[in-house]
Ligand binder design. Structure first.
Ligand code: CUA
Length: 338
């Protein structure tokens, strides 16, 4: 008996350790994507629906499991008594069918109402943005302002942002938990999502549909500004890039415009007009790059240009075999694109 008991208790210990680790992982203090801290009316509406559903589910769980445990103990086999053994009970079965049906019908009322409310096109002072999901980054277009940017979505606070969602390659999912909603990005189909932020700040987001090697690295940020700061940001983004100054910067610009970069990237004010990669007109004004994966600084940028897929698995940008001197010049040029 002893020989048998040991591996079983070992397995039990392993299982309970794994469960404990899973449980404790929910206690992370720094959880910028925490859905339990909504920061806008859309996410608050969703959070309220979740609270109602969760409360009902907890009550049902306690009653059902309580009855089960009670029956297991009360009617178990004991010395001098057989375990209770019976099949079917029409009255109990009718009750157990009707009661859950009523609970689900009641829950459907706030659920359906919330779904319709949130999917309606918002009214009032709406800002429209088109989001396109690419492997493994996000393109943002502001048709009202003729501005195109990537990965960091700038919005004004207190206004509904109506997002048109498109896909360029495979299925992705656009998700900014603290501002509201999650919407699939499906090539050949157009989806819509409304976001709204209460106060200025940076809100983290993430692609939530497995889309390839760097799915986990397909992050995004929403940067919410006051109305005035947002207008200033738009005005800056509308300007074309200034011509490079300085020897290294000019050399980098030449490499950029005469090399392969222009096949995929656009820089307003130059001949670069590629559309399959991020628009780089104001690249240096972004805090992060490559799907908001890297902090935007010279060191990270050099590593990225040297061999993109070495630092981000599955990255679509090829390694063009640039020399260190060329990389220094390209980085110097890109850093002028404020
Ligand atoms: Cu895009 Cu996962």
């Amino acid at each position: 008996m002893k020989e048998r008991a040991t591996p079983l208790s070992g397995r039990l210990r392993l299982l309970s350790t794994a469960l404990l680790v899973l449980l404790l992982s929910a206690c992370a203090a720094d959880a910028p994507q925490d859905v339990l801290r909504p920061e806008g009316p859309i996410s608050r509406t969703q959070d309220r629906l979740w609270d109602i559903t969760f409360f009902v589910a907890v009550v049902v769980f306690v009653i059902v499991e309580g009855a089960l445990v009670y029956a297991l103990i009360r009617y178990r086999r004991r010395p001098g008594r057989e375990a209770a053994d019976f099949h079917g009970n029409t009255r109990v079965e009718v009750v157990l069918t009707v009661v859950p049906a009523l609970i689900l019908a009641a829950l459907a009322v706030p659920t359906v109402k919330t779904i319709f409310d949130l999917s309606a096109r918002p009214t009032g002072d709406v800002l429209e943005v088109t989001v396109t999901g690419h492997q493994f980054w996000w393109r943002y277009e502001y048709p009202q302002f003729k501005v195109t940017t990537a990965n960091e979505l700038h919005i004004p606070v207190g206004r509904p942002i109506y997002i048109t969602i498109k896909g360029a390659d495979v299925i992705h999912s656009f998700w900014v938990p603290r501002l509201g909603g999650k919407q699939d990005v499906v090539p050949g189909r157009i989806n819509y999502l409304t976001l709204r932020a209460d106060k200025p700040g940076a809100y983290m987001g993430q692609c939530t549909e497995f889309c390839g090697l760097s799915h986990a690295n397909m992050r995004l940020r929403v940067i919410a500004h006051t109305e005035q700061d947002f207008r200033d940001w738009v005005a800056e983004q509308q300007l074309p890039a200034a011509p490079a100054q300085g020897d290294l910067e000019v050399q980098g610009e030449k490499l950029f415009l005469e090399g392969q970069c222009v096949n995929c990237h656009a820089v307003l004010g130059t001949e670069a007009a590629g559309q399959s990669g991020p628009d780089l007109t104001h690249f240096a004004s972004r805090q992060t790059f490559a799907g908001a994966m890297f902090v935007n600084n010279a060191e990270n940028l050099a590593a990225w240009i040297r061999d993109p897929s070495a630092v981000k698995p599955g990255a679509q940008m090829p390694d063009y075999g640039h020399t260190d001197a060329e990389i220094r010049a390209l980085v110097a040029y890109l850093m002028t694109l404020k």
